[in-house]
Design a protein around this ligand. Structure first.
Ligand code: HEM
Length: 226
């Protein structure tokens, strides 16, 4: 009798496993974005408050690096899973449907593919701008010695930079809105009787993150924070 040797399937091999990894990493990143926004909003409390907060974070040393590694790994895993799901779907049906009917999807779902790569590009730009190497995007000196407040004011005083941040936040809002919705479905937290309420909560959190973040470049440009 011929014995068929079959490799064991791991979580990463199944599309539901991949979606679960995307959901969990997405949840961690969602938490980071909310926490980061709360930290950034301290710009309204003045330079001492924001710079003090940034310096406390830096003083965490290895713990801060631990968080950076977790966030970085979540971004990489999120990306790997989405690419892998794409290849799996593409491999299953290399010839596309001639006509597509989007039944259970919506504008946000179909634009996930656009918003995802653009948000990734924004993160890389944002890190180069404010964190490392700290590239001044206008006629000013980036202060690498920890004056985060001045860097934020100088950075957002350049209109095209602020416009870019505002656009990125709108894309982020779209991504968060849909992401949080599919996260509920993947993790089995979706239920017909409470769907509407959960959809509203997901939409409200996404709107809050967008509004909080967008308010910063706009307040700087308007001269409200200086
Ligand atoms: C208008 C909105 C935002 C503002 C004003 C802002 C501001 C900043 C500033 C000032 C830093 C440097 C902190 C320091 O030097 O100590 C920073 C770092 C960072 N930001 Fe943002 N940010 C915004 C939106 C975002 C978004 C939407 C994301 C992610 C999707 C993000 C991800 C990060 C990351 C990963 C770091 C590096 C943190 C670290 O390694 O210490 N930021 N941000």
């Amino acid at each position: 009798m011929r014995i068929l040797m079959q490799n064991e399937l791991t979580l990463f091999d199944t599309s539901i496993g991949k979606k679960a990894v995307m959901a969990v990493t997405g949840l961690v990143l969602f938490g980071f974005v909310i926490g980061h926004m709360a930290g950034n909003l301290q710009v309204y409390l003045g330079p001492d408050q924001l710079n003090g907060y940034a310096s406390k974070l830096r003083d965490l040393g290895p713990l801060l690096w631990g968080v950076r590694v977790v966030i970085g790994s979540c971004v990489l895993l999120h990306l790997t899973m989405v690419l892998s799901l794409y290849w799996q779907t593409w491999g299953a049906r290399p010839v596309r449907y001639r006509v597509r009917h989007y039944v259970a999807t919506n504008y946000a779902a179909t634009t996930m593919w656009l918003s995802g790569p653009l948000i990734l590009a924004f993160i890389l730009y944002h890190l180069a701008h404010f964190t490392y190497p700290g590239i001044a995007m206008g006629n000013y000196e980036h202060n690498a010695e920890g004056d985060v407040f001045t860097n934020v004011i100088n950075g957002f005083s350049v209109p095209w930079v602020s416009a870019l941040y505002v656009t990125a936040q709108l894309l982020l809002g779209l991504h968060l809105y849909h992401g949080s919705w599919s996260l509920l479905q993947t993790l089995g937290l979706n239920h017909p009787t409470v769907n509407q309420r959960r959809r509203t909560v997901a939409r409200a959190i996404a709107a809050l993150v967008v509004a909080g973040n967008i308010s910063i470049p706009i307040s700087v440009l308007a001269g409200f924070v200086k």
